[in-house]
Design a protein around this ligand. Structure first.
Ligand code: SAH
Length: 250
């Protein structure tokens, strides 16, 4: 069998949210290279005979780590292995999936992408927050909160979306909240952070943009940040037992 790389989305954490294709590919894999945000429960579904390689990155080592990942993918595919490159959520959403695909294609390696359930969609949904709601919000945008150099070109472009979903936005939330208010969002607008969605440690923190700007929202990464009127229309999420919902003072 010729080597092939499957670029697979692992979803937000709960293995029940894997696609059937992802499940099958994980069962048949010979090598699995996985990221930091891939949950241990998903890893349990990997073929027990597969070689598992953790390639999660820490800040400062990213460029080097990415080169290493590319060379590992290439080496395993060239030695005729069935390789799974497993990423949290969807592999084409902030996961450098496209860069890895392009690199492998350049080297004539076959690539199959297996889309995953992105945390941008799953975390709000599971927290009972609709991204669109008739009469309330007819558009949503997803943006990264990691902004280099203090410039906000992407944020400026999407700042007016009725619902704004921010990934990787926990660390710089105070700065981002100030920027969003400057860009015209109302300080009293409701926000929610969905922390560690689908894990036993999930928390939903509801606040306002003004309060986030004032440093009042205690949140830990990874979390999906939702901003917009839809947050005020949050639906009951049922008795999941582990869900701690914390509402800060409005
Ligand atoms: N490809 C991924 C996103 C990678 S960027 C996807 O489609 O989901 C990493 C960011 O995703 C984190 O900073 C956080 O904002 C979000 N994220 C990923 N998994 C999450 C989870 N289980 N709960 C909350 N946020 C999550």
């Amino acid at each position: 069998m010729r080597g092939k790389v499957y670029l697979v989305g692992a979803g937000p954490g709960d293995p029940e949210l894997l696609t059937l294709r992802a499940y099958r590919v994980l069962q048949e894999a010979q090598v699995v290279l996985y990221d930091r945000l891939v949950s241990p429960d998903v890893l349990e579904l990997v073929n027990p005979k597969a070689h598992r390689i953790y390639v999660g990155k820490t800040r400062g080592t990213q460029t080097q780590a990415q080169e290493k990942i590319l060379s590992l993918l290439l080496a395993y595919a060239r030695s005729n292995q069935q390789v799974v490159r497993l990423k949290g959520g969807d592999p084409m959403v902030y996961g450098r999936g496209a860069e890895e695909w392009a690199f492998l294609a350049q080297h004539q390696i076959e690539v199959e992408v297996v889309p995953g359930v992105s945390s941008a969609l799953a975390a709000p949904a599971l927290a009972g927050i609709p991204l669109t709601l008739r009469g309330v919000a007819h558009s949503f945008a997803v943006v990264s909160g990691q902004i280099a150099g203090g410039l906000y070109p992407s944020l400026e472009r999407v700042a007016q979306a009725e619902t704004l979903v921010i990934l990787m936005g926990v660390e710089r939330r105070v700065e981002l909240a100030h920027a969003l208010i400057r860009l015209g969002r109302k300080p009293e607008e409701p926000v929610a952070f969905v922390e560690r969605s689908t894990t036993p440690h999930e928390r939903i923190i509801v606040s306002t943009l003004a309060e986030v700007a004032a440093g009042g929202a205690a949140v830990e990464a990874p979390a999906v940040w939702v901003l917009g009127e839809v947050v005020a229309h949050r639906l009951p999420t049922g008795a999941k037992g582990h869900r701690a919902i914390q509402t800060l003072a409005f």
